[in-house]
Ligand binder design. Sequence first.
Ligand SMILES: C[S@@+](CC[C@H](N)C(=O)[O-])C[C@H]1O[C@@H](n2cnc3c(N)ncnc32)[C@H](O)[C@@H]1O
Length: 202
Amino acid sequence: MENPWNSRERQELLLSPRRERWFPRSAILQGLALGEGMAVADVGAGGGYLVEELALAVGQAGQVWAVDPSPQARALLTERFQDGRHPQVAVCDGTAAATSLAAATADRMVWMAIYHELLHDAPKGGGIDASFAEARRVLKPGGLLAIGDWRPVETEIGPPVAARVSRSDAGEQGRAAGFTLLSATDVSDAVWLLVLKAPAGD
Ligand SMILES: C[S@@+](CC[C@H](N)C(=O)[O-])C[C@H]1O[C@@H](n2cnc3c(N)ncnc32)[C@H](O)[C@@H]1O
C-alpha cells in the first residue's frame, strides 16, 4: 500500500498552526526534557511540525534527525531547513523500524502522530514490535522516547476512532518492549503523550 502521506498537500496541512489546538508544542517539548547539545530523532517527522523547536532546544551543538519514509515529507523538510539557520538538522530517509541511524546515538526520540499508523503496519514499516526494537537500538542507554497520538474519542479531525489506541495500551506495549514508563498525560482533550525510558544498557 502506498504511504497516504506521499502528498505535498497533506504534508503542508500538518504544518498548520491550527494543530497547536491538539498537539501543543510547548507541552510536547516539556515532556522531552531536552538540553543543549542533545541528539534527537524525530521519527515520522512529516514536514517538520516539531523540528524547528527541537533544533532551538538542542542548539547548534546538538543534532536533530528528521526521519520520514515519504519523499514529499523529506522534500518539504529540505526546503524548510536548507537555508542554514539550523545546521544541526539533518533530513533522513527511514521508517520507525529502520531509521538508518547509528546505534546508541540519540538522547531522545519522538514519535508524534504516527503510533496508530505503526500499529496498523504503516506503509513500508515493520510494525510496532520492530519499531520499539529500533528505538531501543538507536537510543543511548536511559534515553527517552516520547510518543504522542490521538485518544480514541470522536474529534473534529484525525484518524478514525477505530484506528486509534489508548495511552494505557500504548504504555503496556512500550513496557512489553522493555521500556520504563515515566509519564502518561493528556496534552489536549484529544491527544495523549507518553514518555518512556530505554533500559540502562542493552
Ligand atoms: C500524521 S503524519 C505526522 C507527521 C509529524 N510527526 C507531525 O506530527 O506533524 C505521519 C507521518 O508518518 C510517516 N510514516 C508513515 N509510515 C511510517 C513508518 N513506518 N515509520 C515512520 N514514519 C512513517 C508519514 O510519511 C507521515 O509523514
